[in-house]
Design a protein around this ligand. Structure first.
Ligand SMILES: NC(=O)C1=CN([C@@H]2O[C@H](COP(=O)(O)OP(=O)(O)OC[C@H]3O[C@@H](n4cnc5c(N)ncnc54)[C@H](OP(=O)(O)O)[C@@H]3O)[C@@H](O)[C@H]2O)C=CC1
Ligand SMILES: CC(=O)N[C@@H](CCC(=O)OP(=O)(O)O)C(=O)O
Length: 348
């Protein structure tokens, strides 16, 4: 394989920085232009001192000129900014959007949850998503545009989709409650992230069906084979830098037992390099996934409540963003899907 040149827009941000951290270990990639907005003209090391090999690189403005001429462009920009940038980049570049602009199929969903005009729909960058009898990875070979999923969406979808696809649960009765690390909110200061108030507290946000990831999860479960879908989704900010622990429960279909559920999850994930159904009795923790492109899962059947309970853990910045994005890049370019991606976490 010849060397792939990669530009990263939003390189001073958390998602862009994580793309760079992972790309530094990718054997086929050469890192090209790094761009930002207000941080243009400053050194990358001022924003990401952990990215030592790139510390002296100077951030450029995010323009067509700086981003063009690369094989791959990652966009780690705030929602609503990617459409205009992508439109200026030629079809010969693979453009991978880490934001939400091109994830949703429904323009009405976009307007309801994000506001403004819908930019469009790109191939969805969740290789493991069950789509009919196949997987979304089949749709990623050779594409030149990829919309990377939301991090919460990744945790919940991977957690519940095998049961939904196999008809083992009622897709109109799915409830997900999540513990979320701060970095999911990006680096810009936000009122609900003032350290003196948020440290030491667990605080729900986006409650009552208002979070913008609700339509994306529903879209995924429909693609996985559900007819009607209803998902109750409640994220909770907890004092950790990275990580998502999602507990997703759903009402079991009649007659379904734990053996049937476990068999469905094993069938769905045994061949997946990054999705690990843990041995029975062992429960996921965010710590075990930190820095790794993995999702760890465990399930139980609550017989009294007749509900399936699935716990899934990911690193929001790796499997939830940058790692998933590079996995999709590999598929789009015809590289081995796992190239440059680690299953080794960072613990304790
Ligand atoms: N954090 C996470 O866990 C996840 C994030 N994402 C998505 O990735 C994208 C980036 O998020 P994140 O890195 O967390 O956000 P950050 O706030 O940490 O970073 C935003 C980046 O975008 C740049 N930027 C801001 N406005 C503009 C603009 N108008 N034009 C060009 N560049 C601009 C910033 O540059 P400057 O330094 O100059 O301001 C910075 O580099 C978002 O769409 C987010 O939703 C997706 C999944 C998970
Ligand atoms: C803690 C926190 O605020 N997390 C963010 C995760 C954002 C994300 O996954 O990215 P997108 O914004 O690209 O959808 C949230 O729940 O909205």
């Amino acid at each position: 394989m010849t060397t792939i040149t990669v530009a990263v827009a939003g390189a001073s941000g958390y998602a862009g920085g994580e793309v760079l951290r992972l790309l530094l270990s990718h054997p086929d990639v050469e890192i090209g232009a790094l761009t930002a907005a207000s941080s243009a003209g400053t050194a990358l090391g001022a924003h990401h001192p952990h990215l030592v090999p790139l510390a002296d690189r100077v951030l450029q403005p995010t323009t067509t000129e700086t981003l063009s001429g690369h094989d791959v462009v990652f966009l780690g920009l705030p929602h609503g900014e990617s459409g205009a940038v992508a439109a200026q980049l030629g079809d010969d570049a693979l453009v991978i959007d880490l934001g939400a602009d091109f994830r949703l199929e429904s323009a009405d969903d976009w307007t309801e949850f994000y506001g403004g005009e819908h930019a469009g729909t790109w191939p969805y960058g969740m290789p493991e998503l069950i789509v009919g009898a196949g997987r979304q990875r089949d749709a990623l070979a050779g594409v030149n545009r990829v919309a990377v999923p939301g991090c919460n969406v990744t945790a919940v979808t991977l957690g519940i989709q095998p049961a939904v696809a196999a008809g083992l649960v009622e897709a109109t009765d799915v409830v997900a409650v999540l513990a979320n690390g701060y970095s999911g909110a990006g680096k810009a200061p936000k009122a609900h992230l003032i350290a003196s108030e948020a440290l030491g507290a667990a605080s729900p946000y986006g409650v009552g069906g208002t979070h913008r990831h609700v339509p994306e999860i529903m879209q995924n479960l429909r693609r996985a084979g559900a007819g009607e879908v209803a998902v109750s989704f409640t994220p909770t900010l907890v004092p950790m830098a990275r990580g998502i622990l999602a507990t997703t429960t759903a009402r079991l279909a009649g007659g379904v037992d734990v053996a049937a559920v476990r068999a469905a999850y094993e069938a769905a994930y045994d061949d997946e390099p990054f999705i690990h159904l843990l041995p029975e009795g062992q429960w996921p923790t965010t710590a075990a996934t930190l820095g790794a492109n993995t999702a760890q899962l465990q399930l139980a059947v609550d017989e009294r409540a007749r509900r399936l309970v699935v716990v899934s853990a990911i690193d929001n910045l790796v499997k939830g963003t940058a790692g998933g994005a590079i996995q999709s890049m590999n598929l789009a370019l015809g590289l081995a899907e796992t190239t440059g991606l680690s299953t080794i976490g960072l613990a304790p």
